[in-house]
Write a protein that binds this ligand. Structure first.
Ligand SMILES: NC(=O)c1ccc[n+]([C@@H]2O[C@H](COP(=O)([O-])OP(=O)(O)OC[C@H]3O[C@@H](n4cnc5c(N)ncnc54)[C@H](OP(=O)(O)O)[C@@H]3O)[C@@H](O)[C@H]2O)c1
Length: 261
């Protein structure tokens, strides 16, 4: 067993592991000797990703669970279903926003769903699986966030608010769990060329980072600082931090419009 697998194995749970950054984490983790449980809604895409991983890493056990992470019953279902699996690493990746519009032009159900996906479900999974890791005295949690956590972002208001929640939650957990041998990392991404972006915002696709580069840098950073901010995007957000708050909100609004052009 590699040092990495001793520390974060035997099994990683990847919420949002069928494609993009989550699938890249899956590939790298399997390569480091870790078994996987991958979660996503689309069973066909999950099975295709798992089949490809099994053929590349025949020694690894790769399981899939088709589930909706916005369903309030899902965290309990996962805790029960995985009761006999030792989850040494939780990667919470699922979370993109799919409607860009004013808060009041979108339904409250949309807001609830985004909040569940980006804030309450990662919180519940971190509580359950983080608790078991603390008992064992080892493990890791990676929460994939967005640089949009830094400023209230018009037209993606709930998304940026929910990412602020998961980011600050993760930073605090980094401190609380460190003495117990559990590493926590929040990985705040900028623009990434994922299949979701290609399907949903095709005009923005082709200008972002590669998912595999994001996953590689996340694994390198785990065990160090609580927060890793990614390029492209971080330099822009650093600049926003120097502005008056109102100016920063207006600047991110204009940047969002340009991103979709
Ligand atoms: N792409 C970017 O430019 C960008 C920028 C900043 C931050 N990020 C962050 O990076 C992460 C990944 O983003 P992404 O672009 O790859 O899109 P995504 O929609 O988060 O999809 C990633 C994975 O999550 C799964 N997923 C999505 N919603 C789910 C749900 N309700 N229940 C279960 N699984 C679900 C997807 O499979 P299914 O669709 O089959 O469920 C897929 O496997 C997110 O947290 C996002 O906020 C992305």
């Amino acid at each position: 067993m590699t040092d990495f697998a001793t520390r974060y194995g035997p099994t990683a749970l990847i919420a949002g592991g069928s494609e993009g950054v989550g699938a890249s984490y899956a590939d790298l983790l399997a390569g480091r000797g870790i078994d996987l449980v991958l979660i996503a809604r689309n069973a066909g895409r999950l099975e295709a990703t798992a089949a490809s991983l099994r053929s590349t890493y025949p020694k690894r056990k790769i399981d899939i669970l088709a589930a909706d992470l916005t369903d309030p019953a899902t965290p309990t279902m996962l805790a029960e279903t995985l009761a006999d699996r030792e989850i040494g690493l939780l990667v919470y990746n699922a979370g993109s926003n799919w409607i860009n519009d004013d808060f009041l032009n979108t339904s409250i159900d949309h807001a609830r769903t985004l909040t569940a996906l980006n804030a309450t479900t990662p919180m519940e999974l971190a509580h359950h699986f983080g608790g078991l890791m603390r008992q064992r005295g080892r493990g890791g949690i990676i929460i994939v966030s967005s640089l949009a956590y830094l400023v209230g972002a018009p037209q993606i208001a709930v998304y940026s608010a929910a990412k602020a929640f998961s980011t600050t939650l993760g930073e605090a957990l980094w401190f609380e769990l460190k003495p117990h041998g559990v590493d926590v990392l929040v990985h705040a991404l900028g623009s990434v060329d994922t299949p979701f972006i290609k399907r949903t915002f095709p005009e923005a696709y082709g200008r972002g980072a590669k998912p595999e580069d994001m996953a590689r840098s996340g694994l390198q950073a785990l065990g160090n600082e609580p927060l890793l901010r990614a390029e492209p995007g971080d330099a822009f957000f650093q600049h926003l931090a120097t502005l008056k708050r109102g100016e920063a909100v207006e600047t991110i609004y204009n940047a969002g419009k340009k991103w979709q052009d």
